[in-house]
Design a protein around this ligand. Structure first.
Ligand code: SF4
Length: 111
C-alpha cells in the first residue's frame, strides 16, 4: 500500500462520514416539521394572537393524546388536514392541531 492509496482511502472514508452526517441532519429536520401525520408537530403558536393562545392553553391542547381513543382525528371538532398537510385544524380555536392530538374539548365524532 502506498501513500496515494492511503490518502484516497482516508478521503473516501471522510466522504462516507460526511454523507451519513448530512442524512442524519435531514432526518432530524424532517422530524421537526409540521409533517408526519399521527406524529405531526402542530403546536407551533407563532403568529397566533393572545386570545387564540389562551384558548389552546386553557383547553390543554397537546400534540399527543394520552388516550388513543380520544385523538383529534376522532373528534367532532376536527378539521382534517388538506392538500397533503400533516396538521389539521380545530373548530374551537385557531392554529393547527395534530390528528394524534387532544384537548379538553374532545367530543367523539358522530357516525
Ligand atoms: S376539540 Fe380538542 S380534541 Fe377535538 S379536534 Fe379540537 S383540539 Fe382536537
Amino acid at each position: 500500500m502506498n501513500a496515494e492509496n492511503t490518502s484516497r482511502r482516508a478521503f473516501m472514508s471522510r466522504l462516507g462520514l460526511g454523507a451519513l452526517s448530512i442524512g442524519a441532519i435531514a432526518a432530524v429536520q424532517a422530524c421537526g416539521k409540521s409533517g408526519g401525520g399521527e406524529g405531526a408537530k402542530c403546536d407551533d403558536t407563532t403568529g397566533l394572537d393572545d386570545a387564540a393562545k389562551a384558548t389552546r392553553t386553557s383547553l390543554k391542547y397537546t400534540d399527543k393524546s394520552p388516550d388513543p381513543a380520544k385523538t383529534c382525528s376522532k373528534c367532532q371538532q376536527f378539521n382534517a388536514p388538506e392538500g397533503g398537510a400533516a396538521c389539521g385544524g380545530c373548530k374551537l380555536f385557531k392554529g393547527t392541531v395534530s390528528p394524534a392530538g387532544n384537548c379538553a374539548g374532545f367530543v367523539v365524532k358522530a357516525g
